[in-house]
Structure formats: structure tokens, C-alpha cells
Design a protein around this ligand. Structure first.
Ligand code: AHM
Ligand code: MG
Length: 344
């Protein structure tokens, strides 16, 4: 029993390493873990309770909102708005910022989240996930949080992670001191440490991209993809970012969602900087990997809009850098041997 480390014990042990810590961040992470447990329960029960399907409402991204998205969004907001720990929140499902209601105290932190990413997979019982990041506010303490508090570079992230609702429910997070994974023990209702100090394996196994869009890509992306094929990587694409990222984090590989010409109104790919790319980029870097938009590290991008999208290349450092080489024209098709040693 002594070997069993609950998520709470792990958070407290991490906190002890920072004598200046007040415990507020620990509590926020624990609140998110609780929201994850509740969302996990609903995703498992959804098919049985006939709440699958679409509400008919269109979200700010112009996409149909599944009921579970709304449930997950409400669960995270409700569990975090009254604690006095947050100044403001923002969600992929909500147009503007989510202020803390007047009756509650405002705190020092900002919570950005995608409550249920990959929700188009819900009807097929495919794994989905919640993604989050926590930052310190930049506006004066004691005042209502602002949009500027949310529009910070990913470099400012204090902690980030995701909860994966798959064959098992897992929470993976980093507060800047390693990336750690926990598996929900349904019988006791607690996350237990199962994957301490995750590092992306240097030998890559997978590449993950929606190759159905190949004809809409720039030539450089097509050539990069051919290069990856010459490295004998396995193509694995679930179409659920948390699941695809999680597999490559543990198994080694690269995920990318490049810009494409399918829809001229969405020229930078589909994924959102604040809610999807930044938190996963934070984890990738802390696990020894990398994340770029093809040119710059994702964490260095300065957001101008809450729902800004960006191309994303994330995973093994060498494979992410190789994408940059192609996009800068520094790698020509045929030079396939350069990074062969990073693949199995
Ligand atoms: P969502 O936030 O509307 O769920 O969309 C994001 C999802 C990601 O999980 C996944 O990586 C991507 O969309 C898949 O998109 P596509 O179907 O275009 O390949
Ligand atoms: Mg999403």
C-alpha cells in the first residue's frame, strides 16, 4: 500500500519541493482532477442515458456542439468558479472570457480549457479528452480577470495537462517538474500514479496526421510526410488529439495538423492555440520533445485572439525539427537518411 501514490499525495509531495508555494495551484489541479472524474463518469454512461447526439446549437468555431461538450464545460466551470483561486477562465466552447461571478472571490490564477476535445468521436465510443492550462494573472490582484490575462504566451504556463477518457481514464500533467501520468482506479474513485516522469522515447514509432487532406497541403508538407514514410514509421491517426498525443508521448512519434487549403476562412489548420496546442506543447517540452507551428515554438506565439488557430507539429524533437527544415526549404526530398537513427 505504501507504493500506491494517489494524485493528492503526489501534488502535496511536489508542493513540498517549493517552500514558497501556498497550495493554491495544488488545489486547482485537484479541482481539475475532480472535474475529470465526473466527466469520465458521464462519458461512460452517455450511451446508456441517451444523451448522445447533437444539441443543434453551433459553437463559436462554427461546429455543432455535442451534449457532452456542454456538460463537460459546465462541470469545469462550476467546480472552479467559487473557490476564490481563479481570476478568470476561458473555454473552447465559449465565445468570450468566463468571468468569476460577483458573489465569489477572485484569485490569482487563470484557467484555459477545452472541456471535451475530439467530441465528434463520442458517438463512436472513441477515446476523447479534456485539455487545460493554468497561468498566473497579469492584471492587478483583487480585480476581475480580463481577456489579457487569458491572452498570454504559452511560455507563461504554470501547469498544464489533459484527462484522457479511454479504455482507462488517465490524467497527465506537468507543473514544470516532469510530466506525470495517473490512472483512475474506478473502484476507489481516485487517480493513482502509474506513469511517473514520462519522457518521449527518442526512437519514434509513429507519425500521426489526417492524410486524407494530403491534396490540400503545401508541397513541403507532402514531402515531409514522404520522408516520414521512408523512416518506416507507422501511421496512426485517431482524430482525437489527446489520444493521438498520448500515444506518441508514450510510444514516440510526431503528430501534425498543418495549414491546408480546404477552407480559405481557416488558413492556419484546425487546432486552437490557447486550448489545445499550448497545453500539449508545454507537456511535450517538459517530456523532452518539441512543438512548433513549423517555424517557431508554439509556446512563443503571442495570442491575439481567444480562439486563434495555429498549425501544429508536436512530439519527438528531431521529427518536429525536420518539419521546420522542410518548411524553410532546407531539406530536399531524397535526403532521407539524416535522422534515421531516431526511428526503430
Ligand atoms: P474539436 O475541438 O472540435 O473536437 O476538434 C479537434 C479535434 C482534435 O481532437 C483532432 O486532432 C482533430 O480535431 C481532428 O480533425 P480532423 O477530423 O480534421 O482530422
Ligand atoms: Mg478541441
Amino acid at each position: 500500500m505504501d507504493k500506491v501514490i494517489t494524485i493528492e499525495r503526489h501534488f502535496l509531495e511536489q508542493q513540498k519541493q517549493h517552500p514558497e508555494a501556498t497550495g493554491v495551484l495544488t488545489s486547482i489541479l485537484y479541482d481539475i482532477a475532480l472535474a475529470g472524474k465526473i466527466i469520465s463518469r458521464e462519458t461512460t454512461r452517455a450511451a446508456l442515458e441517451d444523451i448522445l447526439g447533437l444539441t443543434g446549437r453551433i459553437n463559436v468555431q462554427g461546429e455543432e456542439v455535442a451534449k457532452l461538450d456542454q456538460y463537460a464545460n459546465a462541470a469545469i466551470v462550476r467546480l472552479n468558479q467559487y473557490t476564490g483561486r481563479l481570476a478568470v477562465m476561458a473555454s473552447e466552447e465559449v465565445n468570450g472570457i468566463i468571468p468569476i461571478p460577483d458573489e465569489f472571490a477572485v484569485g490569482r490564477y487563470v484557467l484555459l480549457f477545452d472541456p471535451l476535445d475530439g467530441s465528434s468521436n463520442i458517438d463512436y465510443s472513441v477515446s476523447i479528452g479534456s485539455i487545460f492550462s493554468v497561468l498566473r494573472r497579469t492584471s492587478p490582484e483583487g480585480t476581475p480577470g480580463t481577456e489579457e490575462d487569458c491572452l498570454q504566451r504559452g511560455r507563461n504556463i504554470t501547469a498544464a495537462g489533459y484527462i484522457l477518457y479511454g479504455p482507462s481514464t488517465m490524467m497527465v500533467y506537468s507543473a514544470g517538474n516532469g510530466v506525470h501520468g495517473f490512472t483512475l482506479d474506478q473502484t476507489v474513485g481516485e487517480f493513482l500514479l502509474t506513469h511517473p516522469n514520462i519522457r518521449i522515447p527518442r526512437k519514434a514509432k509513429f507519425y500521426s496526421v489526417n492524410q486524407g487532406y494530403e491534396r490540400y497541403w503545401a508541397r513541403e508538407i507532402q514531402e515531409y510526410t514522404q520522408h516520414l514514410q521512408h523512416l518506416d514509421l507507422k501511421l496512426r491517426y485517431i482524430g482525437s488529439l489527446v489520444s493521438d498525443f498520448h500515444r506518441n508521448l508514450l510510444g514516440g512519434g510526431v503528430f501534425y495538423y498543418p495549414a491546408d487549403s480546404r477552407d480559405p476562412s481557416v488558413p492556419h489548420g484546425k487546432l486552437r492555440l490557447l486550448y489545445e496546442c499550448n497545453p500539449l506543447a508545454f507537456l511535450a517540452e517538459h517530456a523532452g520533445g518539441a512543438a512548433t507551428d513549423g517555424q517557431q515554438p508554439i509556446l512563443d506565439l503571442v495570442p491575439a485572439d481567444l480562439h486563434q488557430r495555429t498549425p501544429l507539429f508536436i512530439g519527438n524533437k528531431e521529427l518536429v525539427e525536420l518539419a521546420g527544415d522542410y518548411l524553410r526549404g532546407e531539406q530536399a526530398l531524397g535526403m532521407f537518411e539524416r535522422i534515421r537513427e531516431v526511428t526503430v
